[in-house]
Ligand binder design. Structure first.
Ligand code: NAD
Length: 247
């Protein structure tokens, strides 16, 4: 493993533009379960049943039963060493930006400045009927939160079956095309279209470094260096190694 960390650090140091793609796995050690975790949350609420836009449009109260539990898990969560490690890389001028599939705001809480939120975020909610938008902090006292027009509000996260907003798609594709290195942390690469980003980067000439506790669909296809282990441990070791080579 030490050898792989050294190799990954060398690749990052040599690169003039490195980007990161993160998934639910990076936040597992902050207490937020990913879809693969054997945990009460996703056993109780199948994301394919509760996480679709169709489900929200037809039964918003039912979907809010899941959102309330998710909210109670995300609200107290704090950034872990992996989020902080990526923020440190950006501070050192070695990370151009992060494309995250997460909606938990933990990269920003760790201090990362350029974060492209591919699947939206939980900070705001909107009314699907009249389009009014609210800050979560202003409406979360009463759940499910309602718009002044009476309709139940939807968090501004991308549900299954919903289109990804144009801005993150354009920004992340540009970053994937331009980067020389893509650091992929804690994603199973099963959710489209975000899972195309590593392939786009690789086709444009980028080297892919992957951090995960288990190989993924990406590993045999695009990954050049696979760093096996928990995100907190691996990212910390990687950033330490990078800093060591900076003297
Ligand atoms: P996923 O649940 O499909 O896969 C998570 C990946 O992380 C797996 O490959 C797993 O092996 C790996 N992993 C788990 N723990 C890890 C650790 N400690 N260190 C390193 N790797 C670890 O997640 P995904 O690929 O991001 O796709 C699921 C979708 O669900 C995403 O679109 C995301 O928006 C959403 N989601 C978000 C959150 C969040 O915001 N924190 C949580 C759950 C799901």
């Amino acid at each position: 493993m030490k050898k792989e960390i050294r190799e990954a650090a060398r690749i990052i140091r040599r690169s003039t533009k490195t980007a990161a793609l993160t998934g639910a796995g990076i936040s597992v050690e902050s207490g937020i379960p990913d879809f693969r975790s054997r945990c009460g949350l996703w056993e109780r609420f199948d994301p394919m049943e509760y996480g679709t836009i169709e489900a929200f449009r037809t039964h918003p109260e039912k979907v809010w039963a899941m959102l309330e539990v998710m909210w109670s898990i995300m609200e107290p969560a704090r950034p872990n060493a992996a989020h902080k490690g990526l923020a440190r890389l950006e501070e050192l001028g070695l990370l151009e930006g992060i494309i995250t599939q997460n909606i938990d705001n933990l990269h920003q809480a760790a201090g990362s400045k350029r974060v492209i939120e591919y699947h939206g975020n939980c900070r705001t909610l909107s009314c699907l009927s009249c389009g009014r938008q609210y800050r979560a902090a202003d409406v979360s006292q009463q759940l499910p939160p309602k718009c002044t027009c009476g309709k139940i509000l939807k968090p501004d996260v991308v549900f299954f079956g919903e289109a990804i907003p144009a801005q993150p798609v354009i920004e992340s594709q540009a970053l994937a095309h331009a980067c020389q290195v893509l650091l992929v942390v804690g994603t199973s690469a099963t959710v489209a279209p975000a899972n195309a980003i590593p392939r786009i980067a690789q086709m444009s000439g980028a080297q892919i470094i992957e951090v995960n506790i288990t190989p993924t669909l990406l590993t045999p296809l695009v990954t050049e260096v696979f760093l096996h282990g928990k995100a907190t441990e691996v990212v910390t070791a990687l950033v330490n190694e990078v800093e060591k080579t900076m003297g």
